[in-house]
Design a protein around this ligand. Structure first.
Ligand code: GLU
Length: 472
């Protein structure tokens, strides 16, 4: 069988984490089987669909690197095709016009509730003859769901599912304004696009038997179905905005690497032994629908942070730098005149969890800091630090060979001359040149910050100490 999967989001909001995971699973399954992956934009609900949302979906897919082989196909461009199939169903008497008023349907519903019956359309217009109809009257089109029997399908994640037709009513396939409805367009599209595997969220599992009945009424072969369980927040409730970032692009903004988010998403509901880290190639090789959990999975931000750090440390620095650049631009850090960002990444990745933090943590290599970190300054820029800073500054100011090794030697000789431990010189100096207490090896930090900035910042620290002394 030629495998063809699709991701079919409705553009009514962000590309959220649940959608991205469904997209990833569909994409992986297609890649694994040398198949094709289709992107279909289900924008028939014109009131709720927006351009921005379409863009957010395209941006999100692009950022995650989930390229489609076909599409994006917009359902709003296919109305003629849906009308054609709708008319075919009408001609074949597999669909009918329903003239029931809103009031009648409302009443029916109330009655059914009062009698504790299944809620649904009662087939009132199912058998009205052609002659008895006035087509100028407002009407919808309903699919004639079989009255007897049952629908059975084997879900590739959930196993066998059977639903009696008596539980399914005649659903609307076209509204009174002629626009087609979700369940109908999905069927037409999945058939036309020759989708072999429908992989989607399990909020759609109840639609599947209805869709299967339509597929059969059209005399077509059904695809296979896999319904992916939902994602819960850390509090066990369905993941939503309340839990923080839900749109995929928000994760970019918050400083996550797409590689980390993909790895996180693939593991969220799927496992391969106890392996945690998967390259894209490994995901493709190892992913299988049968290993997707049946139970919902819970989102865990700590784990995502951990993965992000792993990827910042292990990906080639050039790749991390590409993604870091967005944050540097965002935070106004111009790195064009300083040390290469690619040298900083391996040194600094250990100390931060996100690219956003990384961009801010490397700022001092390119710009003078505005203020000292209060805690670090309080601890290390004390009157006792004045002498070591002054002596270090003297030595540094005359040093021509500005390399990490030499500079490190200068710091040691300062400590020796003053008969102080290395820390008593190193820490004040580190706070002086970085504004805070965290940096790579001091010699390296001095080298990369550069002579002018180092001397200027030591002066700033000395002023700070003097002011502090004056205030005592
Ligand atoms: N458009 C539907 C949604 O965004 C998905 C339809 C499907 O995958 O069959 O929930």
């Amino acid at each position: 069988m030629t495998v063809k999967t699709r991701f079919a989001p409705s553009p009514t909001g962000y590309l959220h984490v649940g959608g991205a995971r469904t997209a990833l699973y569909s994409w992986l399954y297609a890649k694994k089987n040398n198949g094709k992956f289709v992107l279909r934009i289900e924008d028939t609900d014109r009131e709720r669909s927006t351009e921005e949302s379409v863009q957010a979906i395209l941006d999100g897919m692009n950022w995650l690197g989930l390229a489609h082989d076909e599409g994006p196909i917009y359902q709003t461009h296919r109305f003629e095709r849906y009308a054609e199939i709708r008319d075919q169903l009408l001609t074949d008497k597999k669909a009918y016009r329903c003239y029931c008023s809103k009031e009648r349907l409302e009443e029916l519903r109330e009655q059914q509730m009062a009698n504790k019956e299944n809620i649904g359309y009662d087939g009132h217009c199912r058998n009205i003859s052609e002659e008895a109809q006035d087509l100028s009257q407002p009407h919808v089109i309903r699919f004639k769901n079989p009255l007897d029997g049952a629908v059975t399908f084997v879900d590739l994640i959930k196993g066998e599912i059977t639903v009696n037709n008596s539980e399914l009513d005649d659903l609307i396939i076209a509204r009174s304004d002629g626009t087609p409805t979700y369940n109908f367009t999905v069927v037409v599209d999945d058939l036309d696009m020759e989708i072999s595997h429908v992989i989607r969220g399990d909020d759609h599992v109840n639609n599947t038997p209805r869709q299967i009945n339509m597929i059969e009424a059209l005399g077509s072969q059904r695809p296979l179905f896999a319904h992916v369980p939902m994602i819960l927040g850390d509090d066990g409730k369905r993941l939503s905005k309340r839990h923080g970032a839900v749109g995929v692009m928000q994760y970019r903004d918050d400083g996550y690497l797409p590689q980390a988010l993909l790895n996180y998403l693939v593991r969220l509901g799927w496992s391969h032994g106890d392996q945690e880290l998967f390259s894209r190639e490994e995901m493709i090789e190892l992913f299988d629908l049968k290993d997707v959990n049946r139970a919902p999975s819970a989102f865990n931000t700590d784990k995502l942070n951990w993965l992000n750090q792993q990827y910042m440390k292990s990906l080639p620095a050039s790749e991390v730098a590409k993604h870091l650049q967005w944050h540097l631009d965002e935070q106004g850090v111009d790195t064009s005149d300083g040390v290469s960002v690619e040298l900083l990444i391996p040194e600094m990745a250990e100390r931060v969890k996100t690219l956003k933090e990384l961009a801010s943590a490397i700022r001092y290599f390119y710009q003078d800091y505005q203020e000292f970190d209060t805690k670090a300054a309080k601890k290390h820029l004390r009157p006792v630090a004045r002498q070591p800073l002054e002596l270090a500054k003297d030595k540094l100011s005359t040093e021509e060979n500005w390399t990490a090794e030499t500079l490190h030697g200068l710091v040691s000789s300062t400590a020796e001359e003053l008969e102080l431990g290395m820390g008593k010189v190193g820490m004040p100096l580190r706070v002086a040149i970085t504004g805070a207490g965290m940096s790579p090896d001091l010699g390296v930090t001095l080298e990369w910050i550069g002579k002018d900035a180092v001397l200027r910042r030591i002066d700033k620290a000395l002023t700070f100490i003097a002011e502090r002394e004056a205030n005592i």
